[in-house]
Design a protein around this ligand. Structure first.
Ligand code: NDP
Length: 447
């Protein structure tokens, strides 16, 4: 889709100011393409350099993270925190530890987060952070030393009313525990609301662990219902086997679908009887093993090394691993195999070409900033519980998550219809989120 003529110079400026940050360019382009109809109908949405301001992070923090491994060798990683936009509330967004992390990845994730958080309707701004540290193969003590060093710098930038990080790829409950412990120690404050994704015993919320995956499955349920359909009898393929993937699989099964395959970066497993979530959790969460071990232990499963999970035929595809994992080639294969619904559990796992192919083929496509917003929404519920020194039941919290996902779905559908693009979730999500952030910024003066 072309960029609206009033926004072309904004995109050129983003390319010039952020050279080489291709993932960030991709994320900005998608939003600028989508919001054209809003700018056409309500010109104030391109006045006062509001779009340029939204594309420029409020604050970018880059820092050194020195740490010592078990053999006494010293390593230096780079830490990031992108405080992107606080018009709607404190910066909120996860931390990613992965060797592929660089400024462009954190900036794209922070940018996406601004809109995702706006879509939830909750009072949270957008941010993201992380490091090029690779947690794979590290001992618990090495992970702890790294997290402590990372927080020794990060602590001065965050706070429950300022910036509230959480987990993401490579940062789960173990890492959040070490990060929170170090924050508490340095600041001498038991400030529960400074991090989300905490363990239940020290201020965490029920359902937060499951929330991104569950939320994505709830969102797909709404997409199916909007087409007069349901999960019953549907075959589903999920990529990844981390936090988002595991709980997406669990909820799809509870809603009546059958997930027959999932993956990691080395290959995928197929289990025609349906992935056994208990076994998957044992392999991934307890043993921290590769997905191939699932096939060694499961009766009916087979492991396919080095291939993409998208070659497995399915009715519904849920990419829950990483950015740009479905390119045009995989999209064509999914369409050929009869896939009718795609929803992004991961952030930006689908390339622009693949999105276009899905939309042209009539495949319902749910973008990540809508479909995977359940994680951050439940983080905001964790902040509410921390602020009121309360703890809610699993059932109550899950009901709230389901309501939030239903509301996000409705917001996307209604906005897409209002702007003459019925069924276009990408346009609906981007316009609904952009106008909310822009309205707040315009109300706050030149910020
Ligand atoms: P995890 O680290 O728990 O899991 C990531 C999974 O993806 C691992 O199984 C990993 O395998 C796999 N993976 C990574 N790269 C590839 C690849 N190229 N091909 C196939 N599999 C791959 O991360 P999360 O589950 O937390 O996050 C997954 C995605 O969801 C990310 O895009 C994240 O930003 C997004 N997200 C996460 C949220 C959360 O609450 N955790 C919230 C919203 C979005 P391996 O072990 O081999 O690397």
């Amino acid at each position: 889709m072309p960029i609206h003529e009033r926004l072309e110079s904004v995109y050129a400026e983003v390319l010039a100011r952020n050279p080489g940050e291709t993932e960030f360019h991709q994320a900005v382009r998608e939003v600028l393409e989508s919001i054209g109809p809003a700018v056409g109908k309500h010109p104030q949405y391109a006045d006062a350099k509001i779009v340029s301001r939204i594309c420029e992070p409020e604050r970018q923090i880059i820092f050194r993270v020195p740490w010592e491994d078990d053999s006494g060798e010293i390593h230096i990683n780079r830490g990031f925190r992108m405080e992107f936009n606080s018009a709607l509330g404190p910066y909120k967004g996860g931390l990613r530890f992965h060797p592929s992390v660089y400024l462009g990845i954190i900036k794209f994730l922070g940018f996406e987060q601004v809109f995702k958080n706006a879509l939830t309707g909750l009072p949270i701004g957008g941010g993201k952070g992380g490091s090029d540290f690779d947690p794979k193969g590290k001992s618990d003590r090495e992970i702890m030393r790294f997290c402590q060093s990372f927080m020794t710098e990060l602590h001065r930038h965050i706070g429950e009313y300022t910036d509230v990080p959480a987990g993401d790829t490579g940062v789960g409950s173990r890492e959040i525990g070490y990060l929170f412990g170090q924050y508490k120690r340095i600041t001498n404050r038991y400030e529960s609301g400074v991090l989300t994704g905490k363990g239940l015993i020290y201020g965490g919320a029920r359902v937060r662990t499951e929330a991104t995956g569950y939320g994505t499955a709830f969102f797909v349920n709404e997409m199916l219902a909007a087409r007069g359909d349901s999960f019953a009898g549907k075959t589903v393929v999920v990529s990844g086997s981390g936090n988002v993937a595991i709980y997406a699989i669990e909820k799809v099964h509870q809603l009546g679908g059958r997930v027959v395959a999932c993956s990691d970066s080395s290959g995928y497993v197929v289990d025609e009887k349906g992935i056994d979530v208990k076994l998957l959790r044992e392999v991934k969460e307890n043993r921290r093993e590769r997905i191939s071990v699932y096939a060694d232990l499961a009766k009916h499963a087979r492991y396919v090394k080095g291939q993409q999970v998208w070659e497995v035929p399915c009715d519904i595809a849920m990419p829950c691993a990483t950015q740009n994992e479905i390119t045009g080639k995989e999209a064509e294969q999914l369409i050929r195999n009869g896939c009718k619904v795609v929803a992004e559990g991961a952030n930006m796992p689908t390339t622009p070409e693949a999105v276009r192919l899905f939309q042209e083929a009539g495949v319902a496509f749910g973008p990540g900033k809508a479909a995977n917003a359940g994680g951050v929404a439940t983080s905001a519920l964790e902040m509410q519980q921390n602020a009121s020194r309360d703890s809610w039941s699993f059932e109550y919290t899950e009901d709230r998550l389901e309501d939030i996902m239903r509301d996000i779905h409705t917001r996307c559908i209604e906005t897409a219809e209002e702007y003459g693009m019925p069924g276009n979730y990408v346009a609906g999500a981007n316009i609904a989120a952009y106008t909310r952030v822009a309205d707040a910024m315009l109300a706050l003066g030149l910020i």
